[in-house]
Design a protein around this ligand. Structure first.
Ligand code: 26Q
Length: 814
């Protein structure tokens, strides 16, 4: 944690080197001669941060004093990735940094690598939040990201000798963390438990215990916007460091109990990325950051006012609820307005409904949070009362709308024993959006159908996007230079639809060859990365085929590994002639939730297929499989630019959007995928002829399910599938042990909830088409160029512009 010192104007590399030396000397206490790469990293981070300070202060002042409504992005996760390169890019200091560290005797890459990646998110939802705050700042929109500074981020993943996932804690704050600025003077009190009593005819909440929420501020610099927004992550501290009475009795453990209880709240990120059970600590976390954030926004926008006019609150800031995780904010704002500021119910409701909007990120019913009412009642008794009252008002409203009783019952926010957070969010806010066209449509038609019927105007779509700064400009400098050369400008970095200007160049063989050379160089670089990080020897003259994402049954890593096994068997059996084999290297990267049994078994299977295949001389040079450990943002930035074929093979109707799919298309990989999530829109834009489509549609899935799905039938019907499953069942990937994967095999043959077996034949068949095209490098790369050229829509800048227009109704600072 550092203080912000004097702001700096643009500097030369020599001056920047002096600034680094100064930080080394006065802040780290080492001389330039003693400094290690880790020291220089911290010093450079602090130096670049100082350069951003001025713009940060002006942005904050303009946010409060201007008359542009701000955005508050409430998210339990922000998966930011490493910060240094991004901060340098946005501060315009990349070249100065490179020269400066060289003059200090270091390689820029070693300094950048010294940063430890913060893992404050699980996957797509957390990374989306990070892309969105980057785009908000780059567009000059005043915004706050609000979340939790977990002490332990997503676990680090290793594999044991059996290929099983082993989780180790991610204590990311073990070393100095130069980006976060802890601000003890802007703390908030967050209370829990106790009871509600009536005093003078008013409800008064008497909480049982409180924690101190202390903000840690991260600068969010915009690209070429001169704006620096704030990511405010709360950390929980105890008010009573020690209970001295207990301590005097030498009961040390008891003495620190309140501290432990308080600090537990921000201790760990939950590693599940879908939910089944409501855990008390998770609700504590949610309420903790949301309550602190709402109070913080009131403090920021009504400074020093005891009796602020909070009816203007929705004109000051609009809060986006990133999934159901922050939805407790709806009753909390009601409580603040009524209990803390004395507003009547109707006024409070008007303000609350105008303040919030809700983004849904799922279609899996089990991932919509439902809290036991008893738990809410115990932890937040006043909120439960408010929720009950919201529900009564809601029922009356539905009745007035003529909604029949049975439907109204299905729509209940509060059922008597539980609270449905997605329903509360839908009723309690102004807008609800899904994250891709297909997903938003399915929300309206299925998941939230009754709500869409009753409140059609609330529903809209905003298709996800990814930031081109991190995922093209920084991750793929070779392609970035080529794009700039092709377009004659680098303005595409902040206006990604300009990539369309590359469409004619796809017909220019020289340009396509240059693209192919960039891809080859990225593959070469990844081979080096994989050697350094994992000790792997990878053949760069093979097709790089990648599937990276969380491990989930619906995402169907099983489909991919079964196809790999089938291919392996075909080579072994000689079913394919040596000449017909297209050499491939298949990369997987995936973390499984620690308690997700089948997901973890799938990881184990992939690891053991990898062991068998990679050590089999019969397939050497033809097929290799690697399960790369600990998939994270850094790996994504290295692997995506090197990938030629990307896998987006979820069961249709299950992946809300996907954002990896966008990153791959933008980096010139071709996609093999189903009509699911944003794949649909990617295919529409890049052209059906430049996308490998296979598998059932949503309608076909529904029909097959309704007709009665029997996976064993598909196992019997396709000998390739049968052979692959038989090899797994027969112990080929478990040293002959036929029981090792029995639960997985039995699930495939008897349940197969996501219809992996039904889509297998189509998936195996399309491989021939893929391989045929790959044998014609010019045509393959022409299609890859067209993927890049037509993916500009998938910039998170465009997503944010859609939110501004459809939901937030605000814009950049003047
Ligand atoms: C909730 C309560 C308790 C414990 C964990 C959770 C929890 C945590 C994370 C539930 C869900 C998540 C994350 C969900 C997620 O990442 N969804 C993905 O969001 C992306 C961005 O919109 C989409 O592209 C993906 O399709 C979607 O799966």
């Amino acid at each position: 944690m550092t203080e912000i010192t004097a702001p700096k104007s643009p500097v030369t590399s020599a001056e920047f080197a002096d600034e680094i030396r100064e930080q080394l000397k006065y802040s780290q206490g080492v001389t330039a001669e003693q400094a290690t790469a880790a020291d220089v990293y911290v010093a450079a981070a602090k130096a670049v941060r100082n350069h951003l300070a001025d713009a940060w202060f002006t942005t904050q002042a303009d946010t409060v004093n201007g008359n542009t409504k701000a955005v508050g992005y409430l998210s339990a996760e922000f998966l930011m990735g490493k910060q240094l390169e991004n901060a340098l890019l946005n501060a315009g200091l990349t070249e100065q940094f490179d020269e400066a560290v060289k003059s200090l005797g270091f390689q820029p890459k070693d300094i950048v690598d010294a940063e430890y990646e913060p893992g404050l998110g699980n996957g797509g939802l957390g990374r989306l939040a990070a892309c969105f705050i980057d785009s908000l700042a780059s567009l000059g929109v005043p915004a706050f990201g609000y979340g939790i500074q977990y002490k332990y981020g997503i676990f680090k993943q290793k594999f044991d000798e059996d290929g099983k996932q082993v989780e180790t804690p991610d204590y990311w704050l073990n070393n100095e963390e130069p980006w976060g600025h802890i601000d003890y003077n802007r703390d908030q009190k967050v209370s829990f438990g106790g009871e509600v009593v009536e005093e003078d005819g008013k409800k008064v909440w008497k909480p049982a215990w409180s924690v101190r929420a202390v903000p840690v501020d991260y600068l969010v610099p915009g690209y070429k916007s001169q704006r620096v927004n704030t990511l405010r992550l709360w950390t929980a501290k105890s008010y009573d460091e020690f209970d001295l009475l207990a301590f005097n009795k030498s009961e040390y453990m008891d003495a620190v109990k309140p501290q432990v209880k308080a600090e537990n709240i921000s201790k760990i990120l939950y590693p599940e990325d879908s939910t089944k059970v409501g855990k008390e600590l998770r609700l504590e976390q949610q309420y903790f950051f949301v309550s602190a954030s709402l109070h913080d926004a009131i403090r920021v926008f009504y400074p020093g006012q005891d009796k602020p006019d909070l009816t203007t609150f929705p004109n000051k800031i609009t809060f986006q609820l990133n999934d159901t995780h922050p939805v407790i904010g709806i009753p909390e704002l009601m409580r603040i307005l009524i209990d803390e500021y004395g507003y009547d119910w109707d006024t409070a409701w008007g303000v609350t409904q105008k303040t919030f909007n809700y983004t849904c990120h799922t279609l899996l019913p089990e991932a919509l949070e439902v809290w036991p009412a008893s738990l809410i009642g115990e932890l937040l008794p006043r909120h439960l009362e408010i929720i009950e009252k919201i529900n009564e008002q809601f029922e009356a409203e539905l009745k007035a709308k003529g909604v029949d009783e049975a439907t109204a019952k299905d729509m209940a926010i509060y059922t008597g024993d539980s609270v449905r957070m997605a329903y509360l969010a839908t009723y309690g806010g102004s807008h609800v959006n899904g994250v891709a066209e297909l997903h938003s449509q399915l929300l309206k038609d299925v998941t939230l159908k009754n709500f869409s019927d009753a409140y059609p105007d609330k529903f809209t779509n905003v298709t996800n996007g990814v930031t081109p700064r991190r995922f093209v400009k920084l991750a793929n400098p070779g392609l970035s230079d080529l794009i700039t050369e092709g377009l004659g400008t680098d303005k595409w970095v902040s206006d990604l639809e300009m990539l369309e200007g590359l469409v004619p160049l796809a017909q220019d063989d020289e340009f396509v060859k240059k693209f192919a050379a960039v891809k080859a160089a990225n593959k070469h670089a990844f081979v080096g990365f994989a050697k350094d990080h994992y000790g792997l020897d990878i053949d760069e003259n093979t097709m790089f085929n990648t599937m990276v994402k969380r491990l989930h049954e619906y995402k169907r890593q099983s489909l991919k590994i079964l196809a790999v096994i089938s291919k392996y068997a075909a080579i072994k059996n000689g079913t394919v002639s040596a000449d017909d084999i297209l050499p491939r290297t298949v990369f997987f990267g995936a973390k499984a939730a620690p308690g997700y049994y089948l997901a973890k078994m799938t990881i184990q299977l992939i690891n053991n297929v990898s062991k068998v295949v990679n050590n089999d001389p019969d397939v050497k040079g033809k097929l290799a499989v690697h399960m790369l450990p600990n998939y994270n943002i850094e790996m994504a930035q290295n692997l995506i630019p090197a990938t030629e074929l990307d896998e987006q093979i979820s069961q249709a109707g299950k992946e809300a959007s996907g954002t990896g799919n966008m990153k791959f298309a933008l980096n010139g990989a071709l996609t093999v995928g189903t009509l699911d999530g944003a794949n649909v829109e990617i295919r529409e834009r890049v052209g059906a002829e430049n996308f490998f489509l296979f598998g059932m549609t949503v309608e076909e899935v529904d029909k097959l399910y309704a007709d009665g799905y029997n996976p064993a039938k598909y196992y019997e019907a396709d000998p390739r599938l049968k052979q692959a499953i038989d090899l797994v069942a027969g112990g080929t990937f478990s040293n002959g042990d036929r029981n090792a994967y029995a639960p997985l095999v039995s699930d495939w043959l008897t349940k197969d909830w996501f219809m992996t077996l039904a889509d297998f034949s189509a998936y195996a068949d399309i491989q021939a088409e893929i391989e045929k095209l790959y044998r014609d490098p010019l045509e393959w790369n022409r299609k890859a160029v067209l993927n890049v050229a037509n993916s500009g829509f998938f910039s998170s800048d465009r997503s944010i512009e859609d939110y501004l227009e459809r939901i937030w109704h605000t814009g950049p600072l003047a």
